[in-house]
Ligand binder design. Structure first.
Ligand SMILES: [Zn+2]
Ligand SMILES: [Zn+2]
Length: 176
């Protein structure tokens, strides 16, 4: 198995313990080494005042300019993301590329008028992060309902799948 290097890039949105827990899970799912990096980004250029949301394509480009050679980098955010063709997105990635982004903003129960559930939002965030990083390793969407590479639009879709790769996706990940 090729050695994988993944960097979680946080922009001062998350606690250290929170990031450590995510890195542990990412390490379990991908193997290899997982690093945590604190960084700074000016998101004002990515803000769409009309939609009151942040353009995921633009943020992805910004992250792309910060890449660490040989590492897959995923930027972790707490802002409302969109891309022009969709109302909102949880995350985005370059297929087979080096960069991805994920936001916890729409993963919170409070966003849907439900009681706060930190464990649930953490589990959702982990699934989004693993899914988007999966894309950077060239994985496309999987039809198996439990596989983390299953596509989904709503938090309910996230809650239905697991944080793991199915056996076929795992094989592709190892071969890639
Ligand atoms: Zn996807
Ligand atoms: Zn799969």
């Amino acid at each position: 198995m090729n050695s994988k290097k993944i960097t979680l890039v946080s922009f001062r949105n998350f606690e250290k313990t929170f990031l450590k827990e995510i890195s542990k899970t990412v390490q379990q799912e991908f193997g290899g080494d997982v690093f945590i990096k604190e960084s700074y980004i000016d998101l004002s250029e990515c803000y769409d005042a009309g939609r009151r949301q942040y353009n995921g394509n633009k943020i992805l480009k910004e992250i792309n300019s910060m890449i660490i050679p040989g590492h897959k980098s995923i930027g972790l955010f707490n802002v409302d993301l969109f891309i022009p063709i969709l109302t909102f997105i949880f995350g985005q990635a370059q297929l087979g590329g080096l960069t991805a982004i994920a936001s916890i903003y729409r993963l919170k129960n409070e966003c849907y008028g439900m009681a706060k559930d930190e464990e649930l939002q953490m589990n959702r965030f982990k699934k989004v992060i693993i899914h988007e990083l999966g894309h950077t390793y060239g994985l496309t969407h999987c039809h198996l309902p439990s596989c983390v590479m299953r596509s989904g639009t709503y938090v309910e879709d996230l809650d239905q799948k697991k944080q793991h790769f199915c056996i076929l996706c795992l094989q592709k990940l190892k071969d890639g």
